[in-house]
Design a protein around this ligand. Structure first.
Ligand code: NAP
Ligand code: MG
Length: 404
């Protein structure tokens, strides 16, 4: 069979532990036999991040902005324990946080839906994609423990005039706590644009929700900016595409999401998105079946699995045990990136290949062949539990038959 050609390379970011093992298997067994794979390779494994003083992450981010499409393996976010384990020179930032801030990006998470791995919510038939604003609010807060009686105030001093604006938060009679949070118009605006554009690309409705009835200025500003961006830049495009923008209060949205069939993008503020993404991932069945896409307002895309490096499985693998790690989300990170690259380059064959690999993965599971995490929750009869490599090879068999 002639291999499919690529015109523009993908930015490839390798990672750590079990997902690094899976990464190589996917390339060797599912990609290289079929496509003349072109990538620009960055090793974001913790050893190389340490060796380069984390420069490699910044270079990968720059290349992603330049080439437009990247695929990333899960990586270790160092903590004290990792610092000792890897004898690190410094406690580096999470690569995902570095990429997000370098690209000013928004993260979209969505489930991979397979017959036999049923969502806990019976009405959900289509994916719900969740977009989390990844700047500010409680994640960049300033907080004080109040020791006793006293006045806590908000003070803003204008840079040009020195004029002070003051507002009482609370006149404390005794001990308590106080917190200050912020956001910027610029960040909210680029979040709004990215959400409107992503939903348009996916031909899905966009939902946005905050608590603007209680937080009239803070959450109210989010609501106004979304409305303005919609009215000025997207209303006509949405009407032409037959999709809608829908704003509702966060509590109403939660109730509607549970009753819905799915099939929309749900944009949320930072904290709401943090909490709801874990709820959605669990309710859809498995963290190993969630993908994650970082989209920049300038149109750069980075695809990855939502789960981590599956450390526990890696230590078993190092001891020579046959673990059963689910590679589906990492496979879909590759297919997402290949499809996007194919669309941008008008490379039909590449798009077709990526879709075929997705279908082959789903059909393999639906035929009863799956990894242990799925075997434990499936409603399908006659299931065969495969180990990590056997599962990837089973997908290759399905794919080979499909492409023949
Ligand atoms: P994790 O890698 O997501 O794994 C947690 C547990 O979830 C696993 O032990 C396993 O459960 C199950 N699991 C997750 N993915 C699976 C898969 N593909 N197949 C089968 N089971 C899967 O989270 P973690 O162990 O807390 O974190 C490990 C490292 O990943 C940390 O260093 C963290 O910093 C990093 N991390 C990276 C990213 C990223 O790069 N985007 C995201 C999150 C975490 P059982 O053990 O019960 O089988
Ligand atoms: Mg969370």
């Amino acid at each position: 069979m002639e291999k499919i050609r690529m015109t523009t390379p993908l930015i490839e970011m390798d990672g750590d532990e079990m997902t690094r093992i899976i990464w190589k298997m996917i390339k060797d067994d599912l990609l290289l036999p079929f496509i003349d794979l072109k990538t620009i390779y960055y090793d974001l494994g913790l050893k190389n991040r340490d060796a380069t003083g984390d420069q490699v992450t910044l270079e990968a981010a720059k290349a992603t902005e330049q080439y437009g499409v990247a695929v990333k393996c899960a990586t270790i976010t160092p903590n004290r324990a990792r610092m000792e384990e890897y004898h690190l020179k410094a406690l580096y930032k999470s690569p995902n946080a570095t990429l997000r801030s370098a690209l000013d990006g928004t993260v979209f998470r969505g489930p991979i839906i397979v017959r036999g791995i049923d969502p806990y919510v019976r009405t959900w038939k289509k994916p719900i994609m969740l977009a989390r604003h990844a700047y500010g609010d409680v994640y960049k807060n300033s907080e004080i423990k109040i020791g006793g009686a006293g006045k806590a105030e908000l003070v803003y001093t204008e840079k040009d005039t020195g004029i002070e604006h003051r507002q009482l938060i609370h006149d404390f009679a005794g001990p308590g706590i106080v917190q200050g949070i912020h956001n910027t118009e610029r960040s909210i605006r680029s979040f709004a644009r990215t959400c409107f554009q992503y939903a348009l690309d996916q031909k899905m409705d966009l939902w946005f929700s905050t608590k603007d009835t209680i937080s009239k200025t803070y959450d109210g500003t989010f609501k106004e900016i979304f409305e303005e961006v919609y009215r000025k830049e997207y209303k006509d495009k949405y009407e032409a595409a037959g999709i809608t923008y829908f704003y509702t209060l966060i509590d109403d949205a939660v109730a509607r999401v549970i009753r819905s069939k799915g099939g929309f993008v749900w944009a949320l503020k930072n904290y709401d998105g943090d909490v709801m993404s874990d709820m959605l991932a669990t309710a859809f069945g498995s963290l190993a079946m969630m993908t994650s896409t970082l989209v920049s307002p300038h149109g750069a895309y980075e695809y990855e699995a939502a789960h981590g490096t599956v450390q526990r499985h890696y230590y078993k693998y190092l001891k020579g045990e046959k673990e059963s790690t689910n590679s589906v989300a990492t496979i879909f990170a590759w297919t997402g990136a290949l499809k996007k690259r194919g669309e941008l380059d008008e490379n039909e064959a590449l798009v077709h290949f990526a879709k075929s690999l997705e279908e082959a993965t789903i059909e393999t599971i639906e035929s009863g062949k799956m990894t242990g995490d799925l075997a434990a929750i499936t409603t399908l009869p006659n299931v065969t539990t495969l180990n990590t490599e056997e599962f990837i090879l089973a997908i290759r068999d399905t794919l080979t038959a499909k492409l023949a």
